[in-house]
Design a protein around this ligand. Structure first.
Ligand code: AMP
Length: 249
């Protein structure tokens, strides 16, 4: 069974991003970029399936700028066997990414595609669902456990107030939640080994896909600064203030 994972290059989660002065987006010049954390979990899950003898090959796919090669190298260092870069300078939105991933799926014919539940830069949380719809495949989103048995996947999903266990017929789409696993630490020997693994580069035009954005961003602004709170001496004063000042009770 071939497993494909989708990995996005995003601003590192430790970086505090700044909004550009013209409110057109966030400033990512000279900012540390990393693999989207949920995608690391996806690559780890695929690698564990390979180590357990359930997967025969793990492919990592990234769509975006040429620098996404670095993200693919990280995926190869975690354990993916080869990478595919769909290289484009276009501003990619989830629908375009889903179309590009669909094209790669049709070429590679994986039985399982694992994506992150959301990219931490745009927080769209749409690509896996769109890909499942475009392929007309079953999907299990927010997975905290994946079991593969023959052509069936049993996935535990994190839902409001508990866990849901569902069974899917492969081929299928799975998106990862935080508790699915803890990605391994990427070691130097594995980084060196990853350098020898192949990364194929293709362009959206090779698949006849126009990745241009369909949604227009009107503006991006900083969240409003929270006003400082006040300390009250006792419960009676709190209740009084809630009644007379906040007027909520
Ligand atoms: P989103 O719908 O943008 O929140 O992204 C959800 C997931 O889709 C991510 O965690 C990735 O697995 C995948 N994805 C989104 N954008 C890309 C991209 N440019 N290249 C590869 N995978 C992507």
């Amino acid at each position: 069974m071939k497993v494909m994972t989708a990995v996005k290059r995003v601003v590192d989660y430790n970086v505090k991003v700044r909004v550009k002065a013209d409110e057109s987006g966030v400033d990512i010049g000279n900012v540390k970029m990393s693999m989207n954390p949920f995608d690391e979990i996806a690559v780890e899950a695929a690698t564990r399936l390979k180590e357990a003898g359930k997967a025969t090959e793990v492919i990592a796919v990234s769509c975006g700028l040429a620098q996404s090669q670095e993200t693919l190298r990280t995926a190869l260092a975690i354990g993916a066997d080869r990478g595919v870069l769909v290289e484009t300078d276009a501003e990619l939105q989830p629908l375009a990414v889903a179309k590009l991933l669909k094209a790669v799926v049709e070429k590679e014919e994986p039985q399982l595609v694992i994506l992150g539940k959301q990219a931490i830069d745009d927080d769209a949380g749409q690509t896996g669902q769109l890909l499942a719809a475009l392929l007309d495949w079953p999907q299990a989103t927010f997975a905290s456990n994946i079991e593969i048995d023959g052509d069936t996947a049993t996935v535990t999903r994190e839902v409001d107030g508990g866990l849901e266990v569902i069974s899917l017929r492969l081929p299928a789409i799975v998106t990862t939640d935080l508790r699915l696993n803890e990605p391994r630490y990427v070691t130097l020997p594995n980084i060196m080994k990853a350098k020898k693994k192949a990364i194929e580069t293709v362009k959206p035009a090779d698949f006849g896909i126009d990745p241009s954005p369909r949604l227009k961003t009107l503006k991006i602004v900083e969240p409003p600064v929270r006003k400082a709170g006040v300390k009250v001496p006792d419960v009676a004063t709190l209740i009084e203030k809630l009644k007379t000042e906040a007027k909520v009770i």
